[in-house]
Design a protein around this ligand. Structure first.
Ligand code: BTN
Length: 229
């Protein structure tokens, strides 16, 4: 991967997406600060100095898209374990959680026509967590009580990520994703743009999360997931 390091940008996803449209592939855009960090479901992502904010441009067809998406979460968990012994896990689809708080979020954007995807990853490393999200968010610095070299963390992530890409094995990745899932077997509420579904998570697949509700089995492919117990 070629790394493009910027001081400050609106959003590394927006920047990377533009480059992808121009034909760039296998590049990583990293910024020290974002002025318009984007989260999932049209939310904002606070991107203060000290955090690690990067986007990877990958060649991808529709089949690979969900695999790369799960792979990204798995690789973040594996990366963070190199720096901390705390229990990191994945909340479906793509949040990395430690101490019941979110430490990393992933926003993947896809362009099916042109066959690329942009994987945007935000990890709270040394950045101060803002007051308004103190209860739901944490940082590596907060968890470990010391600062980390965020570019070294990026290198570690890319090494792990590339090692899986060489021989992309969707079954292995799904198995490992599920082993690290905090959502599997949980009682959850999934909030989608048009409804809410309550149930126990009996399986996670590339097509979506499978819930046992009071009435039937349901598969949901997008939404916000809230753990109930
Ligand atoms: C979420 O959990 O809602 C996803 C957050 C994704 C944030 C990252 S930071 C780097 C990249 N650029 C963005 O604007 N967003 C992603």
């Amino acid at each position: 991967f070629e790394i493009i390091h910027l001081d400050r940008i609106d959003s590394t996803n927006i920047y990377a997406y533009k480059l992808a449209k121009e034909g760039e592939r296998n590049i990583v855009v990293v910024a020290d600060e974002q002025t318009f960090g984007k989260g999932r479901l049209d939310r904002a992502w606070f991107s203060d100095f000290g955090g690690l904010y990067f986007s990877i441009v990958l060649e991808s067809d529709v089949d690979r898209f969900p695999v790369l998406n799960f792979l990204a979460s798995l690789c973040v968990v594996k990366t963070l374990r190199n720096y901390s012994n705390k229990a990191f896990g994945i909340k479906w689809p793509n949040d990395i959680i430690v101490n019941n708080k979110k430490i990393c979020g992933i926003l993947s954007e896809v362009n099916v026509e042109r066959g690329f995807m942009v994987l945007g990853i935000g990890i709270n490393v040394n950045n101060k967590i803002r007051e308004e999200i103190k209860d739901i968010a944490t940082s590596l610095k907060e968890v470990e009580g010391k600062e980390f070299n965020k570019m070294e963390i990026l290198k570690t992530f890319l090494e792990i990520f590339e090692s899986y890409l060489i021989n992309l094995n969707p079954e292995d990745i799904l198995r490992e994703y599920k082993e690290n899932s905090l959502t599997l077997d949980e009682y959850v509420k999934i909030i989608t743009p048009n409804r809410e579904i309550l149930g126990r998570v009996v399986n996670i697949t590339y097509e979506g999360i499978i819930l046992q509700t009071d009435e039937k089995l349901e598969i949901v492919d997008v939404g916000d997931c809230i753990h109930l117990r």
